[in-house]
Design a protein around this ligand. Sequence first.
Ligand code: GLN
Length: 185
Amino acid sequence: MKTVGVLALQGDFDAHRKAVERAGARAIEVRTAADLSQCDGLILPGGESTTILKLLEDEKLLEPLRNFGQEKPIYGTCAGAILLAREVTHPVQPSLSLMDIVVERNAYGRQIDSRIARVPVNGQDELEAVFIRAPIIRRVGGEVRVLARYHGDPVWVEQGRHMVTTFHPELTDDPRIHRHFVDKL
Ligand code: GLN
């Protein structure tokens, strides 16, 4: 059985652990480079990307994560998507730069910062997508495949072994997103 690490420094990592198990893989919490070395893939959960970034720096995990991403799949949810992006705006902040996407933080605005939406997926049933102070993916590179859009903006994309969603599938019962990731391992 494959092992998926869930970065457990801040954010909603416990819901991801359960979603990974529902998708048929083993889940472990990752807080150190030693934890990371046991994983076949990694999930960067939602939370506050600025805080997660600072904790990654404090724990000296940025370099190990970049190296991990050169070989193994990483899935970023919301704040995790911000961490994986090549470029982050609003405000500008550093990132792992493992996916060729440009994201704008908190892009849906303050008044309507959380919502549940029905999102069409090519050739499949709609997904129920929970957005919480979500970023918008403003640009995708030529190697990025868009798997779902909401109001025209990409909300689920993949590039080779990596993928991101700007919404939170760990908060619904739909196992498709985590299964798609587990299939990459
Ligand atoms: N607004 C957060 C950020 O910019 C992301 C929110 C989330 O992960 N649900 O980091």
